[in-house]
Design a protein around this ligand. Structure first.
Ligand SMILES: [Zn+2]
Length: 577
């Protein structure tokens, strides 16, 4: 991969500009018709006024108006002050009392994964096999013959007939496209005849270890492949082309805008995806603040450590200055590494995805190269091992401002909770995981360990920040789901009453910061992003209601009216008649 010139750009270069802007604002406020006077500063490009604007800036938490020039905030305050910056070409947006918050950032998500899932046929919520077939038939009409159709989300437990489906009806309805349909949990797939033919899956094919080919009475594959047997067909599906991946990244960005996201931390980008981000940036098509963590691939990591961090490339759109590692697995599949065995399976205590020595080795090199390390850890043992590895790396290469992160930090031993603040490690947590897992987490962990599970209040009290995220496409894109979970510890139906372990709730103010300012800090962007303050980039969202004041049970009714990145409108809700 050739070295890109964007490495030369740095967010730091903009500091004199910000000082100049601040000076401009002062002069403008001093004169009444500054914009019209010769030698006066040019007028604002955009004025947003008559709103309830939450800034996430402690100095002025709520204002009514804001002005933007060259993509940056040049004024926050009252409508009169903003009007003084209005010129003939200024776009004025009258909010008519609507609520504005800083653009939201998902601090842990998978952008290319979202793009791929948007490309797939969505089968979530289908109530019969016929409905599944109808959705695949509809896709087949717009897909060239012979091309694969991939879908996901069916669940035969939601159908009238809850037995495994067999492929015949699907194969008759869609004879000319190979079809691969993953079950909702990813643990089984339904395929059609052409897919089996392409994959050479026949009566003679034996079940792989850890997998099962469901067969009819005669022993022929019936179309359903369980667990590892999915690989028998999956490996015949060609990888998406570079252009397909690029198109899917663009559709993922559009989807994020729709939900009020102006930034995302991509938790593990491949060399190809990193290159595509850069290409989109050069084309001016990267209109979301992308903080990309380099996936754990030794060649890609070595190349980036040699070239150094990219910090706000393409006019403050792309950051590559961190690495994503994995310590353990997930709680649902009992892969999270625990200090004591699982409460509902004493034979298991989880697994390590990487050796702790690997985390320590990469962390040590990262400190030398000026990169951040963000490691996935779910179980209390997984978290302890990562804290140990970081501690050892920091002993070898002391750095005051490393901002190392643990992604998820889901289950913590009480001894380890204060270590985050002590070591300067940021717990990057996803509030929606708590509300997705609460139905069965007690079975896995027992009640004592629950005290350190999803314990963001306990962490906040030690003085750390807790950036929030969704982990999409594992969870939904809508960031307000995590906002709602953070403040209520309840699911979308507001269950359970009073919240699950409610002593761990965040205040709304904290929850707002957890998706604005704190992700910015966790990404070394707080001088540029995260709050609506003078000199920062003008990223904001207009909402249908005051998410900071409506009753908790109404938070998820909030709609995004429009999304703005650098003062540019990137999404506007269609107006209904
Ligand atoms: Zn993730």
């Amino acid at each position: 991969m050739p070295l890109r010139p964007f490495l030369m750009h740095s967010a730091r270069a903009t500091r004199p500009l910000r000082a100049a802007l601040a000076a401009l604002v002062l002069t403008t406020l001093a004169g009444t018709t500054a914009a019209a006077q010769p030698g006066a500063p040019p007028p604002a490009d955009l004025v947003v006024t008559n709103g309830r604007i939450y800034t996430a800036d402690g100095a002025r938490p709520v204002v009514e108006a804001m002005a933007v020039r060259d993509g940056r905030i040049i004024f926050v305050g009252d409508p009169l002050g903003a009007r003084a910056l209005t010129g003939p070409s200024t776009r004025v947006v009258d909010l008519a009392g609507a609520t504005v918050i800083p653009g939201m950032t998902d601090a842990h998500a998978h952008v290319a994964g979202l793009g791929a899932s948007l490309r797939n046929v969505d089968l979530v919520g289908t109530t019969s096999y016929d409905e599944v077939i109808a959705r695949v038939v509809a896709r087949a009409r717009t897909t060239p013959k012979g091309e694969w159709i991939i879908g996901r989300g069916w669940d035969q437990n939601d159908w009238g007939d809850t037995r495994w489906p067999s492929h015949e009806a699907l194969s008759r309805a869609v004879p000319d496209h190979p079809v691969f349909l993953e079950r909702v949990d990813g643990h089984a797939a339904l395929v059609n005849a052409l897919a089996m033919q392409r994959a050479d899956l026949t009566r003679a094919t034996r079940d792989p270890s850890g997998g099962q080919v469901i067969r009819d009475a005669a022993g022929n594959p019936a179309g359903v492949l369980v667990d590892n047997a999915q690989g028998l067909v999956d490996r015949a599906i060609p990888a998406p082309t570079r252009e397909q991946v690029k198109a899917s990244i663009r559709s993922a960005i559009a989807e994020m805008h729709r939900w009020g996201l102006t930034g995302v931390h991509d938790a593990g980008a491949s060399a190809q995806v990193l290159d595509l981000y850069d290409e989109l940036g050069r084309e001016g098509a990267l209109d979301i603040r992308l903080y990309a963590m380099i996936a754990d691939d030794s060649a890609t990591i070595a190349r980036w450590f040699a070239r150094g961090p990219a910090d706000g490339a393409h006019g403050g759109m792309l950051w590559v200055r961190s690495v994503k590692l994995y310590q353990d697995g997930a709680l649902g599949s009992r892969g999270a590494a625990l200090l004591e065995p699982y409460s509902d399976d004493p034979t298991k205590s989880g697994l390590l995805v990487s050796a702790p020595a690997h985390i320590q080795e990469v962390a040590t090199r990262a400190l030398r190269a000026g990169f951040q390390v963000n490691t996935h850890a779910i179980g209390d043992r997984g978290n302890r091992l990562v804290l140990d590895a970081y501690e050892a790396a920091l002993r070898a290469v002391p750095r005051a401002d490393h901002r190392f992160r643990i992604e998820h930090a889901q289950i913590l031993h009480s001894d380890d909770i204060p270590r985050f603040a002590r070591l300067g490690v940021i717990p990057s947590m996803q509030a929606s995981h708590q509300t997705s897992d609460m139905y069965w987490a007690a079975n896995r962990l027992g009640t004592t360990r629950l005290l350190g599970a999803y314990a963001w209040r306990s962490l906040l009290e030690t003085g750390v920040i807790v950036p929030n995220g969704s982990d999409f496409p594992v969870e939904y894109v809508n960031p307000l789901i995590s906002f709602h979970s953070a403040v209520s510890r309840q699911d979308a139906r507001n269950w359970p009453a009073g919240g699950w372990m409610p002593e761990q709730r965040m205040t709304r103010d904290e929850a707002l910061r957890s998706m604005t300012l704190w992700p910015a800090v966790a990404a070394f962007q707080e001088r540029e992003l995260g709050s609506l303050a003078l000199g920062k980039r003008a990223d904001f969202v207009v909402l249908s209601q005051d998410v900071m004041r409506v009753p908790e049970a109404m938070i998820l009714d909030t709609q995004v009216r429009s999304t703005w990145v650098g003062g540019k409108l990137v999404y506007e809700q269609a107006v209904r008649p």
